[in-house]
Design a protein around this ligand. Structure first.
Ligand SMILES: NC(=O)c1ccc[n+]([C@@H]2O[C@H](COP(=O)([O-])OP(=O)(O)OC[C@H]3O[C@@H](n4cnc5c(N)ncnc54)[C@H](O)[C@@H]3O)[C@@H](O)[C@H]2O)c1
Length: 206
């Protein structure tokens, strides 16, 4: 049995590319998959593909750069499936320009999704997962995966500031507790991770 079997997994930016490949793979591993993206038709097509293969999937639009939309996307998953086990903050954008040519609009475009979007989606997911009961077998009650990339270590373009920030954030010993304020629930047993990837082509999911 796969670790994903029976899980409720939400993958942002999964209408195409790496996110779509993950959505199809998660479904093959037995997860119920929620496809979230800005591209409604493509997101629904991924969900339909999963369903046609016998899997369980839902799809809807959210802009993860808008915190209230991230909150709404988590709420919708819980309304449909009762809980959220895995959140993959895959949605991201790239705009490559030489340093001297980066405009404030470029910076804001990238950060809207890659930094602000990732952070507040992570926060919304963590809020939900911390309310969920720990699993009886000691498995974490939720996992949040923040894909970063190898350039988080060797920054090459301005959009690499985001994976670098994610990586720095997760290098803290207890990132959730450091963000917690007095009186918040103990966030133990919730796993946060960053994954480094590089140079991937995901035109087709295998
Ligand atoms: N392809 C690579 O080689 C590679 C390497 C390292 C890291 N990455 C990172 O992995 C992620 C996915 O890469 P990809 O190549 O599949 O990208 P992609 O552009 O093919 O797919 C990204 C998806 O995210 C969606 N998206 C964009 N903004 C969004 C928003 N505000 N809210 C919700 N969805 C949004 C897009 O509509 C798109 O479907 C990106 O963050 C990218 O920077 C990619």
């Amino acid at each position: 049995m796969s670790k994903l079997d029976g899980t409720i997994s939400l993958i942002t930016g999964s209408a195409r590319g790496i996110g779509r490949a993950m959505a199809l793979r998660y479904a093959r591993e037995g997860a119920s998959v929620v496809v979230v993206d800005l591209q409604e038709a493509a997101a629904k097509a991924v969900a339909q593909e999963i369903q046609s293969l016998g899997g369980v999937a839902d799809a809807f639009v959210a802009d993860v750069g808008e915190p209230e939309q991230s909150t709404a996307m988590i709420k919708r998953v819980v309304e449909r499936f009762g809980r959220l086990d895995v959140l993959v903050n895959n949605a991201g954008v790239i705009r490559v320009s030489p340093l001297l040519e980066v405009t404030p609009a470029d910076w804001d475009f990238i950060n809207h999704v890659n930094a602000r979007g990732l952070f507040f989606a992570m926060q919304a997911g963590a809020r939900q997962m911390m309310q969920q009961k720990p699993k009886a077998d000691g498995r974490p009650r939720g996992k949040i995966i923040n894909p970063a990339e190898l350039q988080a270590i060797r920054i090459e373009t301005v959009h690499h500031a985001q994976p670098a920030a994610v990586r720095q954030h997760l290098r803290q010993k207890r990132p959730l507790e450091r963000f917690a304020t007095a009186g918040e629930q103990n966030p133990a047993n919730l796993r946060l991770g960053s994954a480094l990837k590089n140079g991937l082509r995901c035109l087709a999911a295998r």
